[in-house]
Design a protein around this ligand. Structure first.
Ligand code: ADP
Ligand code: AMP
Length: 213
């Protein structure tokens, strides 16, 4: 059976930043529930509009909504050889649901202390065309306002990337998501990497962890 990888960590840990390297190495497509919810919101679907109030508040979207999204996404042909989950699961209920629909090979946790998270999130911007992730100070574009990956100048900042919401998101992470480290640890699937180092070093540590499986 095809196996999947979970990229785990607090908001702003660098999951989206590192996903590209893992996708390139493993061939597994990235499934980011945050990206899917934002796409639904942009498209104005009922699901997107229902999720908006939770996302704006920095709270988790209800489990049944998220699990439904994932179940549907996993029926697409590109998921047949396993996928890279980014930002999912975020609760024990989501992990339990996932265990009955896909086999998780490993959970790679990017560990970053809370005090780094606010500065990372408040400086984040992304390319509206290709989704590449940048940071005002830690990962700026080479040419101001122009995406290094695709050349677009359509840069975006997220509505929930502000200091107040980040603190609520971190609280949600610690109370609802962090317990998954023990849940996956008990199943022998949890591998932590130090996310408090340069982007390339974090990427190397992840590839070493994946190589050693
Ligand atoms: P996540 O997907 O986990 O929410 P992102 O990949 O979007 O996190 O990263 C959050 C912000 O931190 C982005 O602006 C990104 O450029 C920056 N960033 C990511 N990894 C690092 C790192 N190792 N050091 C410094 N900044 C980083
Ligand atoms: P992210 O892009 O991963 O930072 O997620 C942005 C927001 O989307 C979160 O603050 C939640 O409101 C919502 N969200 C994304 N993924 C999940 C999930 N797996 N479970 C619940 N809510 C989620």
């Amino acid at each position: 059976m095809a196996t999947s990888i979970v990229l785990f960590g607090p908001p702003g840990a660098g999951k989206g930043t590192q996903a590209g390297k893992i996708v390139a190495t493993t061939g597994k497509p990235q499934i980011s529930t945050g990206d899917m919810l934002r796409a639904a919101l942009t498209a104005g679907t009922p699901l997107g509009l229902a999720a908006k109030q939770f996302m704006d508040a920095g709270a988790l979207v209800p489990d049944d909504v998220i699990i439904g999204l994932i179940e549907e996404r996993l029926t697409l042909p590109d998921a047949v050889n396993g996928v890279l989950f980014d930002g999912f699961p975020r609760t024990i209920a989501q992990a339990e649901a996932l265990s009955s629909i896909a086999e998780v090979e490993v959970v790679i946790a990017i560990e970053v202390p809370d005090e780094r998270i606010v500065e990372r999130i408040c400086g984040r911007f992304t390319c509206g065309q290709c989704g590449a992730v940048f940071h005002d100070s830690f990962n700026p574009t080479s040419v101001d306002g122009v995406c290094d990956s695709c050349g677009s100048s359509e840069m975006k900042r997220r509505a929930d990337d502000n200091e107040e919401t980040v603190r609520t998101r971190l609280e949600a992470y610690h109370t609802q998501t962090a317990p998954l480290s023990d849940w996956y640890g008990e199943r022998g699937l949890f591998v932590a990497v130090d996310g408090d180092q340069g982007i390339d070093h974090v990427g190397d540590a992840i590839l070493i962890a994946l190589d050693s499986l």
